[in-house]
Design a protein around this ligand. Structure first.
Ligand SMILES: *[C@@H]1O[C@H](CO)[C@@H](O)[C@H](O)[C@H]1NC(C)=O
Ligand SMILES: *[C@@H]1O[C@H](CO)[C@@H](O)[C@H](O)[C@H]1NC(C)=O
Length: 264
C-alpha cells in the first residue's frame, strides 16, 4: 500500500509540474489518477484471488490424478497376480491332462489286450468244439503168438495213443467221439506158419485176411474205413486157430495195429 501511495505521490508531483490541460484543475487530474489506481488495485487483487483459487483447483486435480494413478498401479499389479495364478493353474491343468491322456492310453491298451485274449480264448474254445479232435494210435508186439479161434490180439507195446482210445490191456480201441475212422493191421509170420486175422467192430467183421508164406518170414497189411459212434470198439481177432497159427515179430517185423479219426 505504501508503494502505491508513493507512486500516487510521484504521479501527482509530475501532474503538478506539467499540467496537460489548462482547463482542468490540478486536483481533478490527481483524483482521476487515484481512482484509476484504486480500480487497478481491485482488479489486481481479484486476479490474485482467482489465481489462488485456480492454483488450489489445480493442486486438487493433481492430487486426484496422483490418487487415480496409484489406484491404476494397484489394479495393474492385481491383474498381473491374477494372470500369473491363471498361468500356473493352466500349467498344472496341462500336466494333469497329459498324465490323464497317457493313463487313458494305457487303459485302452490294457483293455484291448484283455479283449483280444478273451477273443482268442473263445476262438480256441470254438475251435476245439468244431475242429476234428486229435485221435490216433499205434501198438505192436502181440502178448501171445499162438493163436486160437476167437482170440483178441493184445498188442502190448504202445507207440502212440493220442486221445487214449486204445487199451493195451484189452487190445481194443474205443472211439472217444463219433466219426469216420481208418484202421490197419500189419501181420508177420515165420516160414510155414500162418495167421487168420480179421478186424471187428462190436463183433461184426470189417475186413478179413490170411498171412502165410511157406519159405520166408513175411508180412502183410489190411486197412479199413469205418464210421463209429462214441464208445464203439474195434479190435483184431483170430478167425481160425490151430497148432500152426503163430504170429511173428522182431525189430524188423512189426506185427501191429493202428488207427486214426479222420473226420467228424
Ligand atoms: C484326470 O482324471 C481324473 C480321474 O479320472 C479326473 O477326475 C480328472 O477330472 C481328470 N482331469 C482332467 C483334466 O481331465
Ligand atoms: C497281453 O497281456 C498278457 C498278459 O497280461 C501279456 O503276456 C501279453 O504280452 C500282452 N500282449 C501284448 C500285445 O502286450
Amino acid at each position: 500500500m505504501t508503494g502505491l501511495l508513493q507512486l500516487l505521490l510521484l504521479v501527482s508531483v509530475t501532474m503538478a509540474t506539467e499540467p496537460s490541460c489548462p482547463a482542468c484543475s490540478k486536483y481533478d487530474y490527481e483524483e482521476k489518477v487515484l481512482e484509476r489506481m484504486i480500480r487497478m488495485e481491485f482488479a489486481f487483487e481479484k486476479v490474485l484471488k482467482e489465481n489462488k483459487a485456480v492454483s488450489k483447483t489445480v493442486e486438487q486435480d493433481l492430487m486426484l490424478i496422483k490418487e487415480e494413478n496409484e489406484r491404476l498401479h494397484a489394479t495393474v499389479d492385481a491383474l498381473k497376480d491374477q494372470q500369473e495364478q491363471a498361468e500356473r493353474r493352466l500349467d498344472s491343468l496341462m500336466e494333469e491332462v497329459e498324465r490323464n491322456q497317457s493313463s487313458t492310453l494305457e487303459k485302452i491298451y490294457y483293455d484291448s489286450n484283455s479283449t483280444l485274449e478273451q477273443t482268442i480264448a473263445a476262438f480256441n474254445n470254438i475251435k476245439d468244439q468244431i475242429g476234428i479232435p486229435l485221435v490216433y494210435f499205434h501198438a505192436r508186439t502181440p502178448q501171445t503168438t499162438s493163436l486160437s479161434t476167437g482170440d483178441v490180439i493184445v498188442y502190448k507195446t504202445v507207440e502212440t495213443n493220442q486221445g487214449n482210445g486204445y487199451s493195451s490191456t484189452t487190445g481194443k480201441f474205443t472211439a472217444p467221439v463219433w466219426g469216420l475212422y481208418s484202421f490197419f493191421m500189419h501181420t508177420c509170420t515165420a516160414p510155414s506158419k500162418y495167421a487168420h486175422l480179421q478186424m471187428v467192430k462190436e463183433g461184426s467183421v470189417l475186413i478179413a485176411s490170411v498171412q502165410r508164406d511157406m519159405d520166408y518170414y513175411a508180412c502183410s497189411s489190411g486197412q479199413v474205413f469205418v464210421e463209429l459212434d462214441a464208445g464203439e470198439t474195434v479190435s483184431v481177432q483170430c478167425s481160425y486157430g490151430d497148432s500152426n497159427s503163430h504170429l511173428y515179430y522182431d525189430s524188423s517185423y512189426w506185427t501191429s495195429f493202428g488207427g486214426a479219426l479222420i473226420h467228424n
